[in-house]
Design a protein around this ligand. Sequence first.
Ligand SMILES: Cc1ncc(COP(=O)(O)O)c(C=O)c1O
Length: 380
Amino acid sequence: MPSRRDFLRIGAGAVTAAIPWRLAAHGRPSLESVQAGSDDGSILLYSNENAYGPSAKVLSAITSAAQSANRYPRLRYNSLTEKIASVHHVSPDRVLLGCGSTELLRMAACAFLGRGKQLVHASPTFEAIEHYAASVDSEIIAVPLTSAFAHDVDAMLGRVGPSTALVYICNPNNPTASLTPRKDLERFISKLPASTLVVLDEAYHHYAGTSGMYGSFLDHPVDDQKLIVLRTFSKVYALAGLRLGYAVASPKVIQQMRGFATQDNVNAIATETAFVALDDEEGVNDFAQRNANDRQEFFNQAMARGLKPIDSHANFVMMNTFHPAQEVIQHFHKNNILIGRQFPPMDTYIRVSLGRPEEMQAFWQTWDLLPWTKNLMMHH
Ligand SMILES: Cc1ncc(COP(=O)(O)O)c(C=O)c1O
C-alpha cells in the first residue's frame, strides 16, 4: 500500500506537471483540471456541486431507474418536458432538455452565434458559452462586473449593437456568488433590440434566497420573447453526475436550439429521476437550509481570520486572499483539497465551493498552514 507520504508526493507532482487550473485558449478548463477525481480521496471544493449527495428519495429513484437502462429514454422526453412546463406554468413547446445546462449553452451558441455575430457577457462569469462562442467564430465582448460584483448593465448596453445576437447573464453569478438586482435586469432587457437574445443562467437559483433584490425570470416571468432561462439539476438537486438541465424560452427560440441538440441527449436514469427530484420540495428546502448554515459558518471562520469574502448568494464563496491565487490553490492542492481555479482578472481571489462541515474544517486547517495568513488581520 502506498504510504500517505507517497500519495502526497504524487499529488504534488501532478501540480507541477500540469498546472491543472490554467485555462485553455478559449476559457475552457483543460482536461487535466479534472484529473484528480474524488476516488483519490481529495476534498472537492472546486465545482460548486452539492456536497451532500442526492436526497434519499432521489437516490431511490436513481436505483429503480437503473432497471430501464437498456432502453432509449426518448419516449419519456415528452412527459418530462410536460412536467417541467407544468412546474413553471408554461406550455411544453417552451421547454427544452439538455445534457446538463452546458449542452443548452452550446445549443444557444450554435443556433444564434457565428462569424459576424457578437456575444456580450460579464467578466468574470461562467465561461462555457464563451468557449462555444469562440468555437463558432463569434466576436466576444467581456464587460467587467461593477465594484459590487453585479453585472454592469449600463456598460453592457453600451456594447450591444446590431450584431449582438446573444447576451449571457449568470445570476447569481459564478464565480463571484453575487447578485445583479432584478430591477437592473428588467431595465436592461427592456432596452435591448428585438434582435438580441438574453440567456439568463439560473443555475444557483435555489441558493439565492428571498431577498427583494433577486427574482427568478422563471418564477416571476416577464413577457419577452428575448429571454432564454436556464436551470440545472446539478446544484441543489445534487445530480451533477447525471447531466440534466433545461431551457425555457419562446417556442421559436426553443425550436432553433433543438436543431443543435445531440439526439437522445438525456440519459434514461436522469430522465426518470428528474420527475422525483422536481417534486422533492423537502429535499430542496433541506439542502438550501444546510447551504445557508454552511455559508454562515464559512463567513464566521473567514472573518475570524480577517478575511472578508464577497457576500454569497450561492453554494460557493469567493474571497480576496491578498496573495497570488495560484499559490493558494497549489497549497490546497498539495494538501489534497481542490478549490476553484484562478479567475482573471481577480488574481488574488479564490473560489471555494461549500463542502460538508468536516471538509470545511479541513479547509480552514489547511488555510491556517499558509505562512502569511497571520498578517491578514493588519489589512483591516
Ligand atoms: C452558472 C453555471 N451554469 C451552468 C453550469 C453547468 O452546469 P450543468 O451542465 O451541470 O447543468 C454551471 C456549472 O458549474 C454553472 O456554474
